[in-house]
Design a protein around this ligand. Structure first.
Ligand SMILES: Nc1ncnc2c1ncn2[C@@H]1O[C@H](COP(=O)(O)OP(=O)(O)OP(=O)(O)O)[C@@H](O)[C@H]1O
Length: 263
């Protein structure tokens, strides 16, 4: 029988002293932050600052040069492979682009992770897929192909697929890229309602400042210049009282190099 229990409680996630590097090139060093169960954390910073790289370390795709990513106290990267697989089953991931299989309907796309896991029957999978599509407002589009729907709908279908295995943590890399402001706002509302109804924690990489202020409980600003992250804080706090001019300017959409002329 398909394991249809409600999602396991969201874990406490602790990132400590995380250093990410490609060969000898360090991208970020000594990054620390915590994702409290059921909270939403945004990773922000300029292009190329290392947001996706840190996300990849959190979901088990890229081994850190040093430091730890612990789920309820268990460090992912020093756990045995079987424990890592068990931890990763609790993750729902929407990658940049969030590609769906173009030859499969939305329902079939959502069924795919369940089918690959191999538990349950096709009928269980179909029921679950319809439930997930309904959650993201796509119940009526279940039989459509990705090419037949809008970009915003495709993003929501990607989220439905990420929810297929009842994740307790949802990782989203640039979910609103390419969406118009209204679709982007709908996506924010969806994420808030998923957090409320599933109790899942959400880690989001985004360039959308409106989203950061609308949904993130806390954020971590990555500074590519110093290759360090600023201490985690609430978005409004970082904007108004952040420890560096750069983060305050970033969250106000100001050019930090632009001198303000006297009135
Ligand atoms: N596989 C890789 N090999 C070597 N360097 C890489 C690799 N992946 C990323 N990088 C480099 O690491 C740095 C951080 O990249 P990353 O994609 O994490 O940044 P980002 O903050 O998510 O950027 P963006 O907002 O533009 O998506 C960049 O300089 C990038 O060129």
């Amino acid at each position: 029988m398909f394991d249809d229990r409600s999602p396991t409680r969201a874990p406490s996630i602790e990132v400590r002293g995380l250093t990410m590097a490609f060969a000898a090139r360090v991208i970020m060093r000594d990054v620390d932050f915590t994702v409290k169960p059921g909270s939403i954390l945004a990773l922000i910073g300029g292009s190329g600052s290392g947001k996706s790289t840190i996300l990849r370390a959190m979901v088990g795709l890229l081994r850190p040069a040093s430091g730890s990513v612990a789920y309820d106290g268990a460090d992912y990267w020093s756990s045995p492979p079987a424990d890592r697989t068990a931890l990763a089953r609790r993750f729902g991931v929407l990658f940049q682009g969030g590609a769906l299989w173009s030859s499969l309907t939305l329902e079939e796309n959502v069924i795919l992770p369940m089918q690959m896991l191999g538990r349950g029957t096709r009928r269980d999978w179909t029921t679950k897929a319809r439930e997930r599509l309904e959650m993201v407002g796509l119940a009526d589009a279940a039989a459509r192909l990705p090419a037949e729907i809008s970009g915003g709908m495709r993003k929501r279908a990607g989220i439905a697929r990420a929810l297929a295995l009842d994740p307790s943590v949802l990782f989203l890399d640039e979910p609103s890229a390419g969406l118009d402001p209204i679709a982007s706002r709908r996506l924010d509302d969806l994420l808030l309602s998923l957090r409320e109804h599933l109790g899942a924690s959400i880690v989001i990489v985004t360039h959308e400042l409106a989203s950061v202020f609308a949904i993130a409980d806390t954020c971590v600003f990555l500074d590519a210049g110093t290759q360090t992250a600023l201490p985690q804080d609430r978005p409004t706090e970082l904007r108004d009282h952040g420890p560096t001019p750069l983060v305050r300017a970033f969250l106000r959409r100001e050019d930090p190099n632009e001198r303000r002329s006297a009135p």
